[in-house]
Design a protein. Structure first.
Lengths: 326, 317
């Protein structure tokens, strides 16, 4: 018995070409979506540099802000940001890395209170930065006033340290988790206590990862504006914290060093001085109506971006160095 | 008992004793550090709740009914006859966030699909770090960009120009916020897409599906819980974003649904009050904590929702 089979070209019409076309169109759209963000990044950088470069010079970096846009400088904001850059790690890194060590090495993860700890930290990472500003205003500026003396460098650094703490914890935990289990077991096998295993074996191996994550967190803190504004940091500051040098400004607006004072007393005094930081100064200039100040603001953005690039390059080179040693 | 009199053994025991104590001390110290984060959460909650309580207390003392918070359509806490229609700043926040999501969600998801499914490894190695730079740019820089670059462009391309597009408007702030959020959506979605096992894709190819059909009908549905959670986190980020909206979106105290006009968000209001000389313990001072409390609740709910989504609908392979 024979069956008549109709030739397949009639029965089955392949629409492969159309389906292939759909794939290519989709891929094109996806590619343009990826380029979309990059296009605006390019536009942003182009605009900032064309506006800001005429104002970006040595005088701009070494003078104080002024009512006159051509005289305006960014010294106090730059010094303020550099102070924050060194103060934030003092508070945030030991706390954050310590917490990460506890959660990865000591904590029994099945206990309900340690699970709450994890949920708590991931939630804290999602709290808007301005809320940390409100926390800082109430806790560090008002409640701890005897210690911080109000809206000062110390209060600002504590607020930003609180802000980055969850990020530092999360990234340190990831770095510690990446250390193989065998390392710990081998250390226990030769009689190490848990702490000895952590201190002599786990931490050195996780160090590069911890450092990279924490420096990235720090660069986020340096760019934060909202919490410092909520805290009430000033925008017009024409003096520097009196450590390690005390400065004055002469008639021409040039900053001169008056005396060197690197003692502990003047350090604490410096912590308790009012401050400003790069993002606040940029915000202040950008929100003024005059177009000249917008250009000054762009020059400030160049300084901020250079600072961030420098921090990130440190992170990248440190990581490269430690990876080689391993 | 020769062992206990052996000086080497005594030294060993002393050292062992020290090691054990060191371990115990560090265990407790790191424990305290870890639980410090709980104190931060409790501190934030306590401060916001307490100050909001003072806000309502002050409101009652000034003879303002607390129900007007929900019925009023103006938000002018700094005026001499203040009005507290919190719906104004909530709607302002939602409007800029919705605009941002219209930009960030499709573009972020498509970028994630391109990077994980289509991009050749070399191109991916170039594009991914550049996309991460976009996430590292400080928000105040984006605010500058929205105010001084995007708004003038909008005024040029939208018919009507200056008379239709206000110098401070929700559209440019929302749009730039969207660009800022693209990397967040892209990297979280990419993680979810990356976690889909290759076996599923290969099974789909074996049935004759093209790459596009595989992406749309196999990969995305499998990664859906992660993608949705990325979207919710993006909304939460948009709601809490401060600098872009306070520079570019303006401070309109009335209910406004026109994205080309000025709008006030919760965060922009807090910045506005903080920049002025508001005496502590005045009504305006407590208002920023009340606004902060509303913001905190909104983001907390969104973050919990995102977490729940990823747990509830995660597919196990």
């Amino acid at each position: 018995m024979t069956v008549d089979i109709v030739p397949s070209e009639v029965n089955f019409r392949s629409n492969y070409d159309r389906r292939k076309l759909a794939t290519n169109i989709f891929m094109g759209v996806a590619f343009f979506a990826t380029i979309f963000g990059l296009f605006f990044l390019g536009l942003l950088l182009y605009d900032v540099f064309t506006k800001g470069l005429p104002y970006f010079n040595w005088r701009f970096v070494t003078t104080f802000p002024s009512r006159n846009p051509t005289d305006a400088g960014i010294l106090s904001a730059l010094v303020g940001s550099i102070w924050l850059m060194f103060l934030i790690p003092i508070f945030a890194f030991p706390l954050g890395i310590g917490a990460a060590i506890y959660m990865e090495e000591y904590a029994d993860r099945d206990l309900w209170r340690n699970r709450i700890l994890e949920i708590n930290i991931s939630n804290l990472a999602g709290v808007p930065s301005i809320i940390y500003g409100l926390l800082g205003l109430e806790l560090y500026v008002r409640l701890l006033e005897p210690l911080t003396k109000g809206r000062t460098l110390l209060a600002g650094a504590l607020t930003l340290a609180t802000l980055v703490l969850p990020v530092v914890i999360i990234s340190s935990r990831e770095a510690i988790r990446a250390v193989p289990r065998d390392i710990r077991e081998a250390a226990y096998a030769v009689g190490c206590t848990r702490w000895q295993a952590i201190w002599y074996h786990v931490l050195p191996m996780a160090f590069a990862g911890i450092l990279t994550g924490t420096i990235l967190a720090l660069s986020r803190a340096i760019g934060e504006t909202a919490p410092l504004i909520t805290l009430g940091a000033l925008t017009f500051i024409a003096f520097l914290p009196p450590w390690p040098v005390t400065t004055t400004v002469n008639e021409e607006g040039v900053v001169i060093v008056e005396k060197v004072s690197a003692g502990l007393g003047s350090f604490i005094e410096a912590l308790q001085t009012p401050f400003t930081a790069l993002p606040i100064q940029i915000f202040n200039w950008a929100s003024r109506p005059q177009a000249e100040f917008h250009a000054v603001s762009a020059a400030g953005i160049i300084v901020l971006l250079l600072l961030l690039v420098a921090m990130n390059s440190v992170a990248i080179s440190l990581r490269a160095q430690f990876q080689q040693r391993k | 008992m020769t062992a206990s009199t052996d000086p080497n053994f005594a030294a060993y025991e002393a050292q062992r004793f020290r090691s054990k104590w060191m371990n115990l001390i560090m265990r407790n110290l790191t424990w305290a550090f870890a639980y410090f984060s709980i104190i931060i959460t409790v501190g934030i909650t306590l401060i916001l709740v307490a100050e909001s309580f003072f806000f309502f207390d002050k409101l009652a003392k000034e003879g303002v009914s607390w129900t007007q918070i929900f019925t009023e359509t103006e938000w002018t806490p700094l005026f001499s006859s203040p009005r507290f229609g919190v719906i104004v700043i909530i709607m302002g926040t939602l409007m800029t966030t919705v605009i941002a999501m219209i930009v960030a969600l499709p573009v972020g998801l498509m970028s994630a699909i391109f990077l994980s499914e289509y991009a050749p490894p070399k191109l991916r190695a170039v594009l991914k770090p550049i996309l991460e730079i976009l996430a590292g740019v400080p928000t105040v820089v984006y605010g500058f960009f929205a105010l001084l670059v995007i708004t003038p462009i909008l005024q040029r391309i939208i018919p009507g120009g200056d008379s239709v597009v206000a110098g401070l408007n929700g559209l440019s702030a929302g749009f730039v916020m969207g660009i800022m959020i693209i990397p967040l959506v892209a990297s979280l979605s990419e993680d979810a897409i990356y976690a889909v096992p290759n076996l599923l894709r290969e099974g789909s190819y074996a049935l004759g599906a093209t790459k596009f059909e595989t992406t749309v009908s196999v990969v995305i549905p499998s990664a859906l819980s992660g993608i949705v959670s990325a979207f919710i986190l993006a909304v939460s980020r948009g709601v809490g974003e401060t600098m872009i909206v306070s520079l570019a979106a303006g401070q309109s105290p009335i209910l406004n649904f026109n994205p080309l006009d000025s709008v006030m968000t919760i965060t922009a209001f807090i910045v506005q009050v903080s920049l002025g000389d508001t005496p502590t313990q005045s009504l305006a001072f407590y208002t920023i904590f009340f606004a902060g409390f509303v913001l905190f609740l909104m983001t907390l709910i969104l973050n919990i929702l995102a977490d729940w989504f990823v747990r509830r609908y995660r597919l196990m392979y």
